[in-house]
Design a protein around this ligand. Structure first.
Ligand code: ACO
Length: 367
């Protein structure tokens, strides 16, 4: 049975930075309160022309470059997002078109901030079963579009960004070693974005009632998160036959520094064992684990052979954890330039749209 290795990684955040002082101009808050209660100093916010797919494409091209893999070799793209571009089509399909992954199936996965852990596990299972060889897994967000910038309970928390991993099959042992995925829908009300779905389709009333914004019972989510993070980590480690001593570092979902501190206390670990960058990005939901991991890999904190835990929680409620052995690119003589495929992809997409238009025009004439 092949193993599912993480062979490429990339991240992208939009340039504009919103500091706590900037937010203090919008709502009654201040830098000290936000830093004390969350650990967040600043976050990146997408510009008008940036969307989950455009952020994801940047991160994906970087991940493919590290893996030295052509987009045309991808069999599957899974995009986890809490702020997808549309209900449908899937953001994953928009990414597929823009990077030129001509042979890949593509779908979105909705499990809020746990989405990236779920998606890695789904891609790894597909590889382990032998049905696919190469997968691209993305977490991408522009949650700033769904935040009520008049609500100080939520607007201080979220940031925009994207991260991507390439997963590849190899007979060499390693890669994704274990995973736990959990949910508890009885807590669905704690963290919601109710408007725009089929229960509350967009209307003047839904807009008036603020249903198109993130609504959150912060205390409840905090309690839930601190309950599940440590437990899920231990479950995933047990499945892999390991303890925290075997692990180089833990990359937790970056929602709040205090939540990570509580998990560290539960696991009797020092904070040094945790990769934390919530101070610079805020909560980027599905993108937070890949962004933190990419930074750790770039800093040399995560090296080939290291065992790493990813652990996340989010709306749903959902939570999950996994243990991976970090791999890195599979050695090969070829040298791939994924960005070149992107240029060809743009041309291909344009030609396909043109052909579709002409065909549609001719078939209407025939009728
Ligand atoms: N600035 C200043 N004061 C504030 C702010 C603010 N931004 N927000 C709330 N306050 C006030 C409250 O009104 C309250 O005042 P009161 O005592 O007079 O009523 C006081 O500060 C304390 O408020 P709490 O809500 O008790 O503050 P808490 O310490 O719980 O921190 C926070 C709030 C940061 C939201 C915390 O509960 C938290 O991080 N929860 C988890 C949120 C989270 O992780 N969400 C993402 C989940 S992942 C996903 O799926 C998207």
């Amino acid at each position: 049975m092949p193993f599912a290795h993480i062979t490429g990684w990339g991240m992208y955040v939009p340039e504009p930075v919103l500091t706590n002082d900037d937010i203090a101009k919008l709502v009654d808050t201040n830098d000290e309160w936000i830093r004390d209660r969350t650990g967040i100093r600043e976050r990146h916010i997408a510009r008008e022309h940036e969307f989950p797919s455009t952020l994801a494409v940047e991160a994906s091209i970087k991940a493919l470059r590290v893996a030295n893999l052509a987009p045309t070799e991808l069999d599957l793209i899974i995009c986890a997002s809490s702020s997808p571009e549309y209900i449908f089509p899937a953001t994953a399909c928009l990414i597929q078109d823009q990077i030129g992954a001509t042979k890949a199936g593509a779908f979105d996965l909705s499990a809020a901030c746990t989405g990236f852990v779920y998606a890695i596990n789904m891609a790894a299972q597909a590889i382990r079963s032998g049905s696919i060889k190469n997968a691209l897994v993305i977490g991408t967000e522009t949650l700033s579009r769904f935040v009520d910038w008049k609500d100080r309970n939520t607007c201080i928390l979220f940031g925009d960004g994207a991260g991507a991993f390439v997963l590849q099959a190899s007979e060499k042992p390693g890669g994704v070693l274990s995973a736990v995925m959990r949910s508890d829908g009885s807590g669905a009300d704690s963290l919601t974005l109710l408007g725009g779905g089929s229960r509350h389709p967009a209307s003047e009333a839904t807009i008036h009632e603020g249903k198109h914004f993130v609504q959150m019972d912060g205390k409840e989510v905090f309690r839930f998160a601190t309950r599940v993070m440590g437990r899920a980590t231990l479950e995933a480690l047990e499945l892999a036959g390991m303890t925290t001593d075997d692990v180089k570092c833990i990359v937790p979902h970056q929602a709040n520094y205090r939540i990570i501190e509580t998990a560290a206390k539960y696991l009797k670990l020092s904070m040094d064992k945790f990769v934390v960058n919530v101070d610079r990005y805020g909560n980027t939901s599905t993108a937070s684990i890949p962004i933190a991991t990419v930074e750790a890999a770039q800093d040399g904190r995560v090296m080939p052979g290291d065992k790493v835990v990813f652990v996340a929680f989010g709306a749903g409620l959902t939570w999950g954890a996994m243990v991976v052995e970090w791999t890195g690119p599979i050695p090969t003589k070829k040298h791939v330039h994924p960005e070149q495929y992107r240029i060809i992809a743009r041309l291909r997409s344009f030609v396909r749209r043109a052909i579709r238009f002409i065909e549609g025009f001719l078939s209407r004439k025939e009728l």
